[in-house]
Design a binder for this molecule. Structure first.
Ligand SMILES: CC(C)(COP(=O)(O)OP(=O)(O)OC[C@H]1O[C@@H](n2cnc3c(N)ncnc32)[C@H](O)[C@@H]1OP(=O)(O)O)[C@@H](O)C(=O)NCCC(=O)NCCS
Length: 267
């Protein structure tokens, strides 16, 4: 199975089934996610509006239930109290405070300092074991790991698939690595996402953290984007991932968007 594309959270579905549920005078939408449904073996949908009152959310969930949806994602507006109340009332699990960091790559915004680690491109089409382990590490705060109803096995499979689809260049334009004693101890995947140098996965070996590997990897990702002529850089992470958030802030990014990402398990 192949992940075809990456959006802010993880990926876009291969085919989209849009559903419209009439609620009073408003139209509230949800969308079946074909790729997610096939991967996790159950019908998964995303709720499209980012603001809903409790009654509206209850009705969308009822419509999704009729459509056989077992798991629904909702990227809700964190500053909308009514939506947050609705999510809690409908037993949503707050799986991710999804945070998008952005920065301009102009001359007034110098790249992060590299800290001296040699970062090189990984050119094999398939990842080795070290790269796979780092990819799984990159997902430690992922909502697919935070949600205990998703098995560890499925989470690991997802991140191994992500790095495979990065080394084979389906989801990334380059995979950059740091080696020490012949072993890969750090990696970052990058792609041109609509004109922005986008970091997909990034991780430093657990035994090597705090040694400025993160700085060197982000610096390399920014340099990669600059060389491509890109004017912006971006990365999405989880608000709970303090180390990653601090790293991006220190490297010149600023948090531009946050979303409270809920999971609803529909009995
Ligand atoms: C995030 C990560 C890549 C940072 O790598 P690292 O090599 O340890 O980071 P560095 O040594 O280069 O640190 C750079 C800056 O990041 C921040 N930082 C790193 N680790 C931190 C921690 N545990 N707590 C708070 N801030 C931290 C600091 O601001 C640090 O700057 P400073 O040393 O001047 O204070 C690493 O923690 C990691 O691999 N985490 C697991 C995977 C992951 O969460 N990936 C992110 C997915 S979006």
């Amino acid at each position: 199975m192949v992940i075809e594309d990456v959006d802010g959270s993880l990926y876009k579905p291969l085919r989209a089934g849009f559903y419209r549920a009439k609620i009073d005078t408003d139209i509230v939408q949800f969308q079946i996610l074909d790729w997610d449904s096939a991967f996790f073996g159950m019908t998964i949908a995303e709720i499209l509006p980012n603001r809903l009152a409790t009654r509206e959310l209850e009705q969308v969930i009822a419509h999704m239930k009729n459509a056989g949806v077992k798991l629904a994602y909702w990227a809700s507006a964190p500053d909308d109290e009514e939506s947050q109340r609705a999510a809690r009332a409908c037993h949503g699990f707050l799986a991710d405070k999804k945070t998008t960091f952005v920065m301009e790559l102009g001359p007034g915004n110098p790249p992060a300092r590299s800290s001296g680690w040699l970062v090189e491109e990984y050119t094999d089409a398939v990842p080795n074991n070290e790269l796979e382990s780092l990819a799984v590490e990159a997902g430690i705060y992922s909502r697919f790991r935070m949600d205990s109803r998703i098995s560890e096995e499925k989470f690991v499979e997802l991140y191994k698939l992500w790095i495979l689809n990065s080394t084979n260049r389906r989801m990334a334009d380059a995979v950059l690595v740091v080696r020490r004693g012949g072993r890969i101890v750090g990696m970052v995947t990058v792609k041109d996402e609509n004109g922005a140098g986008d970091i997909g996965l990034i991780a430093a070996d657990a035994g090597m953290r705090g040694n400025k590997l993160g700085f060197s990897l982000v610096h390399a990702a920014q340099e990669w984007a600059r060389k491509k002529g890109l004017k912006r850089a971006q990365v999405v992470t989880q608000g709970e991932n303090i180390a990653a958030c601090k790293l991006y802030e220190k490297c010149g990014y600023r948090a531009a968007k946050t979303e409270n990402f809920y999971h609803f398990w529909i009995p």
